[in-house]
Write a new protein. Structure first.
Length: 146
């Protein structure tokens, strides 16, 4: 058989990639590969709100993010305590859905707004916002962070 025409079987590929990994490790590796495949097509530092909804839906569909994270990323923060639909942060996120923006910076700005409006007070919305910022940072393609 010509070496250039050899195509390994599915079982051979699986054995080469996963070896003798336990099923839980195999599942984690598959999930990580799926997340990388999905997020590599997006740039959270230059994406539209519509694209963020699209990527969050894909991540939720494969089980990579929880419903709460999905809800916030899909612009449903009204499901959380302390939500203010008149806040500048929320109004900016809802306006101009086709304009690309840096969502890490947007969410950091929203956290700053929450902290400025409630100095010394901690609430669940702040915690959720911090979690979203950390989640978005996981999907960046560059090494530099703000």
């Amino acid at each position: 058989m010509d070496k250039g025409s050899y195509k390994p079987s599915r079982e051979e590929v699986k054995a080469a990639v996963f070896g003798d990994c336990p099923a839980v490790v195999e599942d984690a590796l598959r999930m990580a590969a799926s997340v990388i495949e999905i997020t590599s097509n997006y740039d959270v530092r230059n994406m539209t709100p519509s694209e963020l909804i699209e990527v969050s839906t894909k991540l939720y569909d494969i089980g990579a993010i929880e419903f709460g994270e999905y809800s916030i990323l899909s612009f449903q923060p009204e499901l959380y305590d302390g939500f203010d639909e008149n806040s500048d942060f929320y109004l900016q996120l809802q306006s101009d859905p086709d304009r690309p923006r840096d969502f890490i910076a947007e969410w950091q700005r929203g956290l700053w707004e929450l902290q400025s409006a409630n100095p010394g007070v901690f609430n669940p919305t702040m915690a959720a916002t911090r979690e979203i910022i950390e989640l978005l940072k996981c999907f960046t393609t560059t090494e530099t962070e703000v």
